[in-house]
Design a protein around this ligand. Structure first.
Ligand code: ADP
Ligand code: MG
Length: 292
């Protein structure tokens, strides 16, 4: 395309709330054959809320929430935010935290109020040899309801499951359908558990998804699609999406996401809506047509 037509295209995109960092990305966007979408914060709002607290031992719900929120106050994860916000709504005071450790893709651990606390997914509990018993079935039922269940252990004993739900953005279903109607293969990637991922993918009409993907493995999934011959667009909001955004043929960042994601991407969707993807592709196609 001529520099002039690219400039016009970049301007049109900006009017639609799609910021294109370089002319090359605008030209490649029309050639995208597969679009990888992160789940949390991309398809969903990324603002999860606590929905269920199921206790197993003698520790009551309020104490569980108070301890979990204290533990999570040192984490920047959206799941942590949900726990801390809920505790604040209930005006619970938080304890000081020591020996805090965040384990990417797994959860967090620390000492709070003289207790050793663990909070995270099944992988984390397996690593730490926590017996889950019939709570695995309870977690499964919550996950099938599209909620994300997390296990909470006190001094090596399972104390509760805390589940959060992260609503799907109002227009994600429609925006994903627009991509599919353009013949684009849509793939969802998430660090979340398989049952939750499956429920969310079904809600938004995505057949192909990868769950329990560790942060460091997201870019490998993009590369695997490229090896199959796909021209890959990747859309994400988180720090853990940055390497995948950089490796994709075109990286799209959610404007409300982290700075690291925006810096790693070629295009930023200022409005956060996934409609920006089909808009960018349509503008790219029009730009290329104009110069022929
Ligand atoms: P995503 O790609 O969906 O943002 P992550 O890789 O960040 O997922 O996390 C994967 C899983 O690890 C979460 O679904 C959760 O079960 C667990 N996890 C990660 N961080 C935390 C945390 N701070 N507190 C509790 N659980 C966590
Ligand atoms: Mg995300």
């Amino acid at each position: 395309a001529t520099p002039m037509s690219v400039m016009v295209g970049v301007g049109k995109a900006a009017e639609a709330g799609v910021l294109i960092r370089n002319g090359e990305a605008l030209q490649t966007a029309s050639k995208i054959t597969a679009m990888v979408l992160d789940k949390t914060g991309t398809i969903t709002w990324g603002a999860p809320k606590v929905t269920d607290i199921v206790v197993s031992g003698e520790t009551d719900e309020t104490t569980v929430l108070q301890l979990a929120a204290s533990l999570e106050s040192g984490s920047e994860h959206p799941l942590a935010q949900a726990i801390v916000d809920t505790a604040k709504e209930q005006q619970l005071t938080l304890f000081p935290v020591s020996a805090f450790n965040a384990i990417a893709g797994h959860g967090v651990e620390a000492e709070v109020d003289g207790k050793k606390l663990l909070f995270g997914n099944e992988k984390l509990m397996h690593t730490k040899h926590i017996q889950l018993g019939n709570f695995v079935a309870k977690a499964q039922a919550l996950a099938e309801d599209a909620k994300t269940p997390m296990y909470f252990a006190i001094n090596g004993e399972l104390a509760a499951i805390i589940a959060v739900a992260d609503p799907i953005k109002d227009d994600s279903i429609e925006a994903i359908k627009r991509l599919q109607d353009n013949g684009i293969r849509v793939v969802m990637l998430t660090g979340d558990n398989r049952a939750t991922a499956k429920a969310v993918a079904a809600q938004v009409g995505i057949k192909e998804f990868h769950a329990e993907v560790l942060p460091e493995d997201k870019s490998q999934k993009v590369q695997a699609l490229q090896m199959e011959g796909e021209i890959v667009g990747m859309t994400g909001d988180g720090i853990n999406d940055a390497p995948a955004l950089a490796v994709a043929n075109v990286g799209f960042a959610i404007g409300t996401g982290t700075d690291v994601a925006i810096e790693s991407a070629d295009i930023t969707l200022m409005r956060g809506s996934l409609h920006g993807l089909a808009d960018a592709i349509a503008i790219s196609k029009a730009t290329l047509k104009n110069i022929k």
